[in-house]
Design a protein around this ligand. Sequence first.
Ligand code: GAR
Length: 208
Amino acid sequence: MKSLGILLSGRGSNFVAIADSIDSGRIPETKIGVVISNKADAAGIATARQRGLNALVIPSKGRPREEHDREVVAALKQHGVDLVCLAGYMRLLSPWFVQQFPHRILNIHPSLLPAFPGLEAQEQAFAYGVKVSGCTVHFVDEELDHGAIVVQKTVPVLDGDDEHTLAGRILEQEHVAYTEAINIVLGGKSTVIGRRLVTNVTSMRGTI
Ligand code: GAR
């Protein structure tokens, strides 16, 4: 049985999608070990409690990044987490945090990276006038929205869209993409070569 650690800061719809995938067997032999929020009022943490999961608030405001990260990592390790899933966790991880879980931290971002990293990616894409956007699940490395890509889903931008309708359709795809990405990573048949994640290769270089 593998254990996930979920980090979130807000609504938590990606967390709920992951939890539903586990409950329905779409992510097999896996449990959520702990859900951690850096914000006490995050809706996602209330949902985690309602679902009977271990749910922790570790406030980040006004604290040095690495001090906060050390507390979060200690909680993840205490709960025996195999894979950390950032699900709307609006906080940069320190290099030290990243090094604690090599190729074991995923993030979801609402654009086709490397386009539109950072905040309000859907609004950035809409304002730029792209015809196709989407979402990306990627490994977390020491740079913002940067690590090797695990799954991407495309979403067309329609003439009648505004940034909200576009964000809503991207979010539907995020929920599908995260389940796929977790299964790929926990499946253990993939390898990162340079920036490329490839499946079923014979080389053992960088097997995840
Ligand atoms: C999602 O759209 C996620 O991709 C985005 O925050 C939202 C969280 O929603 N994350 C980022 O922009 C990270 N750079 P949720 O709380 O309902 O899962």
